[in-house]
Ligand binder design. Sequence first.
Ligand SMILES: Cc1cc2nc3c(=O)[nH]c(=O)nc-3n(C[C@H](O)[C@H](O)[C@H](O)COP(=O)(O)OP(=O)(O)OC[C@H]3O[C@@H](n4cnc5c(N)ncnc54)[C@H](O)[C@@H]3O)c2cc1C
Length: 312
Amino acid sequence: MAAEYDVVVVGGGAAGLNAALVLGRARRRVAVVDGGAPRNAPAAHMRGFLSRDGMPPAALLAVGREEVAGYGVELLTGHVDAIVPGEPGFLVRLAGGALLRARRVLVATGARDELPGIPGLRERWGRDVLHCPYCHGYEMRDEPLGILGTHPGAVRHALLLRQWSHDVTFFAHTHDLTDEEREGLAGRGVRVAGGVVKRLVVEEDRLYGVELADGRVVPRRAVFVLPRTVPHDGPLTALGCERDDTGAVRTDATGRTSVPGVWAAGNVAHPRAQVVTAAGTSSAAAIALDHDLLREDVERAVERHRTVAGAA
Ligand SMILES: Cc1cc2nc3c(=O)[nH]c(=O)nc-3n(C[C@H](O)[C@H](O)[C@H](O)COP(=O)(O)OP(=O)(O)OC[C@H]3O[C@@H](n4cnc5c(N)ncnc54)[C@H](O)[C@@H]3O)c2cc1C
């Protein structure tokens, strides 16, 4: 028989754990199922979270797990491969076949980053191949930095990055710069290196520079690149959750999806959310979800009360 919960939280990153914290403290029966692969795992430090700035990402989650366990939340390691309507509620199926029954589900499965296929990028990801100046720009301030023209937003990213360093090179790669873009980069003091990028050059476990197809190597301390961020929203899509104009699963301000009883928070619904935002959206979702459960609890209690009163 399936174990029964008020809420099964799918994904135990910052978003999932913060929801579990709020729901555990609200004395709900909660399980968190987590695959153990948070998006920022390659980074040594997490930045920009007040009072947690500089903490290793894994340490944040270890503290979070300890906190939620203290409120009776069950932490399960595993991969959820399906969530199906269970009449009532939902059945959450883990790879391997285990089943959990839940009155509500909160999906906080995060997202993954697909990097351009330039040799060296994947190996240095989160170390000296970076995407977010707000996460890593300060630590790379005043260093020679590069931006790869692999994404339509790369020029804007270069203009932004100039805030952190006077020495920024835009590697055009496959991006055809317009006159306006060239002017913007020149005005902002960003150099342009034309030509296709062949690979990143790494020496002694540290980025040395960017090698172009013609053999030139431009020394750089770090390179910024915009990945394609792909939400892990398979379970939500399979349940029939609607998407918005950007392609993200549509949620209201409290994380409620278009499917009753299904909630989503963190990067799975907000791919640009930082850790503090992911945790914040999830905290709000947990409170709204608890009120949704309360509505049902009260309805059931009134029905029982009427039955008893009618029989008396
Ligand atoms: C290299 C890098 C560095 C970053 N640095 C920072 C930073 O310094 N500061 C900052 O604020 N943000 C940073 N971010 C962004 C940060 O990673 C996200 O904001 C944050 O991880 C979002 O939290 P989340 O809980 O939504 O998702 P995640 O942290 O990705 O957690 C999702 C969890 O769900 C699990 N999961 C997925 N699918 C399933 C499934 N089907 N069944 C069970 N479990 C599942 C995953 O294994 C994972 O553990 C960085 C991102 C990257 C890529």
